[in-house]
Design a protein around this ligand. Structure first.
Ligand code: ADP
Length: 268
C-alpha cells in the first residue's frame, strides 16, 4: 500500500477569505456531519479560496482536483503502474483523500464525464466507501474525509449537467461576486492598490456583468479584478493594465472589446 504523507496537503498559512453571508458557519456544521457539499457560482468568485480557508480553519488536509472531460475514473481512484519490479498500484487523489481524511475538492465537476462522476457516489452516502475495482480492495473512508465539488450553473446545458442522482447527494451553498464595497475591499487587500482604484475596477466589472447573456458568456470575475490590481500595483498604466486583464481575456469580438474598453476609459 502507498504510504501517504498527509502533511504535504495541509494548508500551511491562513488564506485571506472575506466571509460574506455566514457561509463559514454553514460549512462548519456540514463538515461536523461530514456532509458532502457543492459550491455553486460563476468562475473566479471565491469558491476555491473558500475551501482553502475552511480546510485551514478545520485543520484538515486539502486535495484539489481540476476536473476535465478527458478525466477517467482511474485518474480519481488510481491505477496499476509498471515499474522495474513489475506492477505497482498508485492511489489517485480521491483514494488518497479518503485514506488520510482530507477534504477532497473536485473543481468544475460538470466537466467530467458521467461514468467518471459516479465513482464518488458510494463515498457520499452512509457507506462512505470507495471500491477500487481494479485492485479488488474496498476502502472505508477515514472519519475526517469530506467531499466538496464546485459547479458553475452558467455553463450548464442539457449535454453537460450533473445527474439528479449526483446532485441530490450534496448540500449546496450559492456563491456570487460579493457586493461592490466588499469586492473593492478584497481587490485592495489582495493587490495593494488604493481603495479608490479598487472601487473603479469593481465598477468596470459591474458594467460587464450586466452584459452577461448579451454578447458575453460571463462578466469580469473577482479573479480578473485581482489581476488588474496586481498589474496596476506593479506600476502599469491603468488602462493598459485593464486591457490586458479585463478586456482581452474576456472576448475576441471586436465590437464587444470596444464596449469594454469604453467602460475602462470611463473610469481611468
Ligand atoms: P473560483 O474557485 O470561484 O473560480 P477563486 O476562489 O479562485 O474562484 O477566486 C478568485 C480570486 O478572487 C481569489 O484568488 C481571491 O483573490 C479573490 N476572492 C474572491 N472572493 C474572495 C473572498 N470572499 N475573500 C477573499 N478573496 C476572494
Amino acid at each position: 500500500m502507498t504510504v501517504h504523507d498527509a502533511s504535504q496537503y495541509k494548508v500551511a498559512k491562513e488564506p485571506f477569505y472575506r466571509v460574506t453571508a455566514g457561509e463559514d458557519a454553514l460549512y462548519k456544521a456540514a463538515y461536523a456531519r461530514r456532509m458532502p457539499v457543492m459550491l455553486k457560482g460563476p468562475t473566479g468568485c471565491g469558491k476555491s479560496r473558500f475551501v482553502e480557508y475552511m480546510a485551514w480553519k478545520l485543520g484538515r488536509p486539502l486535495i484539489t482536483v481540476a476536473c476535465n472531460e478527458d478525466m477517467t475514473a482511474s485518474d480519481l481512484v488510481g491505477r496499476f503502474l509498471l515499474d522495474k519490479d513489475g506492477t505497482k498500484w498508485q492511489d489517485g487523489p480521491l483514494t488518497t483523500a479518503a485514506r488520510i481524511g482530507a477534504i477532497c475538492y473536485l473543481d468544475e465537476i460538470v466537466e467530467a464525464r458521467q461514468d467518471t462522476t459516479v465513482v464518488i457516489h458510494p463515498l457520499t452516502d452512509h457507506r462512505r466507501q470507495l471500491p477500487l475495482d481494479k485492485k479488488g480492495e474496498l476502502i472505508e473512508a477515514h472519519p475526517d474525509f469530506q467531499l466538496v465539488i464546485s459547479y458553475n450553473p452558467g455553463y450548464q446545458s442539457l449535454m453537460k449537467d450533473l445527474k439528479q442522482s449526483t446532485k441530490q447527494r450534496f448540500a449546496a451553498l450559492d456563491f456570487d461576486y460579493p457586493d461592490a464595497t466588499v469586492e473593492a475591499e478584497i481587490v485592495a487587500r489582495e493587490t495593494g492598490v488604493d481603495p479608490d482604484t479598487a472601487g473603479k475596477l469593481v465598477q468596470i466589472a459591474h458594467r460587464t456583468r450586466n452584459l452577461k447573456g448579451h454578447g458575453l458568456d460571463e462578466g469580469i470575475s473577482t479573479r480578473l479584478l485581482v489581476y488588474a490590481g496586481q498589474m496596476i500595483a506593479e506600476g502599469v498604466e491603468p488602462t493598459a493594465a485593464c486591457l490586458m486583464t479585463l478586456v482581452t481575456p474576456l472576448t475576441d469580438d471586436p465590437d464587444m472589446r470596444q464596449t469594454l474598453q469604453a467602460a475602462v476609459e470611463t473610469f481611468f
